[in-house]
Design a binder for this molecule. Structure first.
Ligand code: SF4
Ligand code: SF4
Length: 413
């Protein structure tokens, strides 16, 4: 695609990056076939090609309107278009840049600004999020259906964190909402890794990965979270931690980008690149130790979980980390009984803060996803990201949890 970026942006790092991304797009439109918002709304401007065109206009200095902002806001940032694109267009990065400029140009109304500020204040801060969640859960039975759908039911209690200490260590990101919404997840990861002879370390002072702020156009705030995490992890990395393990694929996608996003910060560029290189989704760690995991089974070759599982592949896992099908294959190898899930590439509508900011669209994606997940009558749903887990749980009575919890139970030792 030919471009002619405006003076205000063309000689900046963001401008050069956006220009390179735009030039890769050949306008073929293949990406529309897998875009959830295009499929639902049928408007070219609610598909990737149309949004790319809108952002090109913004970057070329054309007037920015509320309509431009609306179509960019409706994007889930699910990145299904990136998986489909034959030209390797890094759409999500272009969207981060485009949304930021649009927000700077036309701002937002009072309520929207307040809502976004509240989300950025509460979600990354467990001291605020946890008591508010508790309050919501206590009031849940009395809430009208529309509000009830926003409050996930109380989480299962965590099993004990292992006390053992091994020579092999890995860090784990606790994240912001996961310890409140699903404390069992990281405890299960620590228990499984402990059986494999690996100690999982929770670094004090680490917290939100920065994704909430980044996707709400607060770039500097997001970068500050990233630097804080790097500072918290760095002493452990120097002491030999082998990996930074992620049990939320949304956060994993963000940490994988630290190196790129901090590349222009001389104080953090090298450390950020190292952190991104050390990041591993928990499935990669388990996959590398698969034979040892199978040896933990009483049957020595196959774990024997009882449930019929529908696996919900988070967009961040399949499109962000490009690990499409890998967790499903791992679980099948380990002996899990997986049912087929139609349209597994489509987003469940959680998408960070999308479920709050775009509630109507989000509920339609959720209904479609639940229909797909339950089409083969599973007895449980497993996933790999806390946002999807909580969102799905508001719409089904089937248990929804991270697959590492099911693996922890299936190991039985
Ligand atoms: S983003 Fe990729 S798939 Fe979509 S129109 Fe551009 S080149 Fe084609
Ligand atoms: S990120 Fe998802 S919703 Fe946004 S344009 Fe791409 S496929 Fe569509």
């Amino acid at each position: 695609m030919q471009t002619n970026l405006a003076d205000f942006i063309k000689d900046t790092p963001e401008g050069r990056e956006a220009d390179a991304i735009l030039r890769k797009c050949v306008h073929c439109g293949f990406c529309a076939a897998t875009c959830p918002t295009y499929q639902l709304l049928g408007d070219e401007l609610d598909g990737p090609r149309g949004r790319i065109y809108l952002m090109k206009q913004v970057l070329e200095g054309k007037p920015v309107t509320a309509k431009t902002q609306l179509h960019l806001d409706r994007c889930l940032t699910c990145r299904a278009c990136e998986t489909t694109c034959p030209s390797g267009v890094h759409y999500s990065r272009l969207l981060d840049i485009g949304r930021h400029i649009v927000e700077e140009r036309i701002g937002r109304g009072g309520f929207e600004s307040l809502q976004r500020k509240a989300l950025r204040t509460v979600i990354p801060n467990p001291a605020l999020f946890k008591p508010l969640l508790k309050l919501g859960q206590l009031a849940r039975p009395f809430l009208p259906a529309a509000l009830k759908s926003k409050v996930p039911p109380s989480a299962a209690a965590a099993k004990p964190w292992p006390q053992g200490s091994h020579a092999r260590t890995m860090l784990v990101l606790e994240g912001c909402v996961q310890p409140s919404l699903s404390p069992a997840t990281n405890a299960a990861a620590a228990r499984v890794l402990d059986r494999l002879g690996i100690t999982l370390i929770r670094a004090s002072n680490a917290g939100c990965c920065g994704a909430v702020s980044l996707h709400l156009n607060a770039q500097d705030e997001a970068l500050a979270y990233m630097r804080r995490n790097i500072d918290a992890w760095w002493p452990h990395i120097e002491q030999g931690a082998e990996a930074i393990v992620m049990t939320a694929s949304g956060c994993a996608t963000m940490v994988a980008d630290y190196g790129h996003l901090l590349a222009h910060d001389p104080a953090y560029a090298d450390k950020a690149a190292r952190v991104s290189a050390l990041m591993q989704d928990i499935s990669e760690v388990i996959g590398a130790n698969k034979e040892k995991v199978l040896a933990l089974s009483p049957h020595a070759s196959r774990l024997t979980p009882h449930a019929r599982i529908a696996f919900q592949a988070p967009c961040s896992l399949q499109h962000g980390l490009k690990m499409k099908g890998q967790v499903e294959a791992l679980l099948a190898d380990l002996g899990f009984d997986l049912v087929p899930v139609p349209d597994s590439h489509l987003c469940c509508g959680s998408a960070g803060t999308y479920s709050i900011l775009q509630p109507e669209l989000s509920q339609r994606f959720l209904a479609n996803k639940i229909r797909a997940l339950t089409s083969e009558s599973p007895t449980a749903i497993l996933t790999a990201n806390i946002g999807c887990q909580s969102h799905l749980q508001t719409a089904t009575k089937l248990p929804v949890r991270h697959w590492i919890e099911a693996l922890d139970e299936a190991c039985r030792t």
